[in-house]
Write a protein that binds this ligand. Structure first.
Ligand SMILES: [Zn+2]
Length: 270
C-alpha cells in the first residue's frame, strides 16, 4: 500500500513537471517582444504622478476614459536639489503625497471597476543610475540663462534623465498656469497625448531639446478648466483628495496643508 502511494506520488510529480515545462515553452514561444512593445507599451500612458492636483486630474481623466496608466513617482532623496549641497531643498511632503496617491487609487477602484486593471502599480524611482552629463549641462543652461527652472538641480532635470532611459514618452502634468508651461508652451505642437516639443528650436533655445521624450497632455488647461472637466465627468471628489502643500503642518496628530506655501495659495478651493 505504501509503495503504491509512493509510486502514484512520483507519477503525479513527473506529470506536473512535464506540464510546467510545456506551459513555459509555449509561453516563451508566444512572447514576442516586438509585439509586446507595440501592443502593450505604446498603449500605456507613462505619467509622472505626485498626488498633486494636476497629475491627479490627468490620472482620473485617463482612467475614466479606460486608458491604461503606468504612474511613476520620483522618490529619491535628492529629487529637488543636489545631494552635495548642505542647505539643499528637501521635500517635506513625500509621506503626504504617497498617502494621497494610495487614497486616490482606492477611490478610483471603487468608482471604476476597470481601474484595478488599468491603473498599474506605481513605479517608485529611488535612484537615478548614471545620469547623463549632457542633460545636466542643458538643464543648468535652462536654469541660469533662460530662467526656466528655479534651481540648477530640480525635479524636471531628474524627470528628463528618466525619459532617456524609457522606451516610451513620459507625460508631465504641467497646467497652463504652471511656471514651466509659461516658458515651454510657445515651443509645443499638437494637443493632449501628442503635445510635444517642436523639432526645430531657435538657436538660443536648443538646450530645450532635452524635453524631447516628454509629452504635455494638459498644458492647455488651467486649474479652473480641470475642475470644470472633473465636475462634468464626475470625479471632482477624487480630485479633492489630491495633495499640493510643500510644507505640511502637524495639527492634533495629523498633517494638514499649511495654507501659506505657493502650492497652497494657488490651489483651488475644492
Ligand atoms: Zn502649503
Amino acid at each position: 500500500m505504501r509503495y503504491l502511494f509512493l509510486s502514484v506520488s512520483v507519477i503525479i510529480i513527473i506529470l506536473y513537471w512535464c506540464y510546467s515545462v510545456e506551459s513555459y515553452t509555449t509561453f516563451k514561444k508566444t512572447l514576442d517582444p516586438e509585439k509586446y512593445r507595440k501592443e502593450i507599451l505604446t498603449d500605456t500612458h507613462f505619467v509622472c504622478w505626485t498626488g498633486g492636483y494636476d497629475s491627479t486630474f490627468r490620472i482620473c481623466q485617463l482612467i475614466r476614459a479606460r486608458e491604461r496608466v503606468q504612474p511613476i513617482y520620483l522618490s529619491m532623496e535628492d529629487v529637488d536639489d543636489d545631494r552635495t549641497n548642505k542647505n539643499r531643498v528637501q521635500r517635506k511632503n513625500k509621506k503626504n503625497e504617497i498617502q494621497s496617491m494610495e487614497k486616490i487609487r482606492g477611490l478610483l477602484e471603487d468608482k471604476y471597476l476597470h481601474a484595478k486593471y488599468l491603473l498599474l502599480p506605481t513605479l517608485y524611482i529611488n535612484e537615478l543610475v548614471s545620469p547623463y552629463p549632457e542633460i545636466q549641462k542643458c538643464a543648468a543652461y535652462l536654469y541660469s540663462k533662460l530662467g526656466w527652472f528655479t534651481r540648477k538641480v530640480n525635479q524636471y532635470e531628474r524627470i528628463l534623465q528618466l525619459t532617456y532611459k524609457l522606451s516610451e514618452p513620459l507625460e508631465i502634468c504641467v497646467g497652463n498656469d504652471d511656471g514651466l508651461s509659461k516658458s515651454i508652451k510657445k515651443f509645443v505642437v499638437d494637443v493632449g497625448r501628442n503635445c510635444r516639443l517642436v523639432h526645430k528650436l531657435p538657436h538660443k533655445y536648443k538646450c530645450a531639446c532635452i524635453f524631447g521624450g516628454v509629452r504635455f497632455p494638459i498644458i492647455h488647461l488651467t486649474k479652473e478648466d480641470m475642475l470644470g472637466i472633473a465636475t462634468d465627468e464626475g470625479y471632482e471628489k477624487v480630485l479633492a483628495q489630491s495633495w499640493s502643500c510643500w510644507t505640511p503642518v502637524m495639527v492634533k496628530g495629523q498633517y494638514l496643508p499649511c495654507g501659506q506655501c505657493d502650492m497652497c495659495r494657488h490651489r483651488l478651493k475644492l
